[in-house]
Write a protein that binds this ligand. Structure first.
Ligand code: CTP
Ligand SMILES: C[C@](O)(CO)[C@H](O)COP(=O)(O)O
Length: 231
């Protein structure tokens, strides 16, 4: 059944999904590869659509697959699909440009984080709504972290108590994200980085193990197992 978005909601979610998935190995673009029989992107959009504040979803798909992705997602939720760009940041900018007037909170969520819980989408949105300009979900770092030289010789041990592993969805007041993208020069790996560069405080909220990023084959196998525990 097609999910209904909330016409009174204040949240637009941008889903960059135009990456190749090089680290996952040869095959279709990563967002279109199957997880338990359905493309990663379908899982991600279904979970985002289940979050009650979501008014709009915009997906940035590989340029060659825009029509196919629109067809794929039509039974899942009402979604706008735009062509992505060469870098993740270009894909986010393209999706942001397609957000209609209305939502004042914009979340950016990787299609690769296909098992994101709807309540994480809501908790990030709620933190922006409460007055923060930029909000990221994070997890503590559990491994000991070493700094190494180019030839892999340890230079020191980093204090992990001040480190966090950053996830998506990352949430922003719309004008803050738009200004950061308009001013962006070099590509960064996340949207919070663009906002940080402008001196805007970025606030952390607890992330979720389920919002893991499917990057390598092991992650895909792990996600398959997680789905058997919590569909
Ligand atoms: N030009 C790009 C590159 C990445 N992404 C998206 O950004 C998210 C996070 O990127 P990542 O997990 O690194 O995906 P890929 O770039 O596909 O992976 P790889 O680097 O292994 O090719 C993914 O949902 C991916 O589809 C995108 O929309 N446009
Ligand atoms: C946005 C992100 O998922 C936050 O952890 C991450 O930065 C994406 O990085 P990637 O190198 O494009 O996988």
């Amino acid at each position: 059944m097609t999910a209904q978005l909330n016409p009174c909601g204040d949240v637009a979610v941008l889903v960059p999904a135009a990456g190749a998935g090089i680290r996952l190995g040869p095959g279709a673009p990563k967002a279109l590869r199957p997880l338990a029989g359905e493309p990663l992107l379908v899982h991600a959009v279904r979970r985002i659509a289940a979050a009650g504040s979501v008014h709009t979803i915009v997906v940035a798909a590989p340029a060659a697959d825009v029509a196919a992705v629109a067809q794929l997602l039509a039974p899942v939720a009402p979604v706008t699909v735009v062509p992505g760009g060469a870098q993740r940041q270009d894909s986010v900018a393209a999706a942001l440009a397609a957000v209609p007037d209305g939502p004042e909170i914009v979340l950016v969520h990787d299609a690769a984080r296909a098992l994101v819980p709807a309540d994480l989408v809501e908790s990030v949105a709620a933190a922006v709504r409460s007055g923060h300009d930029a909000v990221i979900p994070v997890l503590p770092v559990v491994d000991t972290i070493k700094e190494v030289s180019a030839d892999e010789v340890v230079q020191g041990t980093v204090d992990r108590s001040v480190l966090r592993a950053v996830q998506t969805p990352q949430g922003f007041r719309r004008a803050v994200l738009a200004a950061a993208h308009a001013a962006a020069v070099d590509p960064l790996t996340d949207d919070a980085g663009l906002v940080e560069k402008r001196g805007v405080p970025v606030v952390c909220v607890p992330g979720s193990e389920y919002a893991m990023k499917i990057t390598r084959p092991f992650d895909l196998a792990l996600a398959e197992q997680l789905l058997t525990v919590r569909p």
